[in-house]
Design a binder for this molecule. Structure first.
Ligand SMILES: C[S@@+](CC[C@H](N)C(=O)[O-])C[C@H]1O[C@@H](n2cnc3c(N)ncnc32)[C@H](O)[C@@H]1O
Length: 245
């Protein structure tokens, strides 16, 4: 099945997948969805928690390790990079696993770089065009490793991760549980849990009962949060007791 570019309600484009014509983002707004789920409920909540609870001296820099399931169009990666440029004292190591990379033409056709006019466009190009399975410095505060492979083999990619059991935030962005049920399983969530740090967070767009069950079976505490336009709920899954994000 061929891929097609689609305009979504907030003016940002997405692409239809070869799986049942499913789109890579919500048709109610690709950028809005990415910012709401992964930036607001993932990165911002995580950072807010660290600083609010006085766990960290604000004048010292910290490094966050993020792992994304599904690099796709790169929209979440670019949105995270854009947010990182506004944050002081935070370094981000961004890992993204992708089994079926898009072509350069497909990335260019989406025109996602135009959604971030204030960001250095050469950095955005670097995010799309950087080599797979290499550590690339996008800026002095943002390092990227795109891992070409299957999320089910995450344990074999440990050499590409920054440190052991160090992932602080997972952006779980597979195609839907209906299309890819094997990826929304306690096997995959358990493997992710095992490489996450003691107090860490996984966010995802699906709030289906089977997803909550698989996350709980893997050891996470699961919370429902308000979703972006067109979606009532999303999920936040927390590793660690007595932790809130
Ligand atoms: C919903 S899209 C992700 C959208 C992406 N996060 C973005 O910002 O554009 C799902 C992605 O998962 C990828 N994918 C599907 N099965 C996979 C697997 N087993 N392992 C790794 N990536 C996979 C797809 O190729 C697709 O790029």
């Amino acid at each position: 099945m061929s891929k097609e570019i689609i305009n979504t309600s907030d003016g940002s484009a997405t692409i239809s997948s070869p799986y049942d014509g499913e789109s890579y983002h919500s048709k109610n707004g690709a950028l809005t969805e990415s910012l709401h789920i992964f930036i607001e409920n993932g990165l911002n909540r995580y950072i807010g928690n660290i600083f609010e609870e006085g766990k960290h001296q604000t004048n010292k820099s910290i490094t966050l390790n993020i792992l994304e399931m599904g690099f796709g169009t790169g929209l979440n990666s670019v949105a995270t990079f854009a947010r990182s440029q506004e944050l002081e004292n935070i370094n981000i190591n961004y890992h993204s696993v992708e089994k079926y990379p898009l072509t350069k033409e497909e990335h260019l056709g989406l025109k996602h770089s135009l959604l971030f006019p204030s960001i250095d466009q050469s950095c955005i190009c670097k995010i799309y065009e950087s080599q797979w399975n290499s550590i690339i410095e996008i800026s002095n505060r943002f390092k990227l490793v795109k891992i070409k492979g299957d999320i089910e083999d995450i344990n074999s990619y440990k050499p590409y991760l920054f440190g052991n059991n160090s992932i602080d935030i997972v952006f779980f962005d597979a195609f839907s549980p209906g299309s890819q049920p094997h990826l929304w399983s306690s096997e995959v969530f358990g493997a992710l849990y095992s490489i996450m740090s003691d107090h860490s967070l996984l966010v995802t767009y699906s709030a289906k009962g089977t997803v909550k069950k698989a996350l709980r079976e893997s050891g996470f505490q699961v919370e429902r949060r308000a979703g972006p336009p067109g979606k009532r709920h999303i999920l936040a899954a927390i590793k660690g007791t007595g932790v809130t994000f």
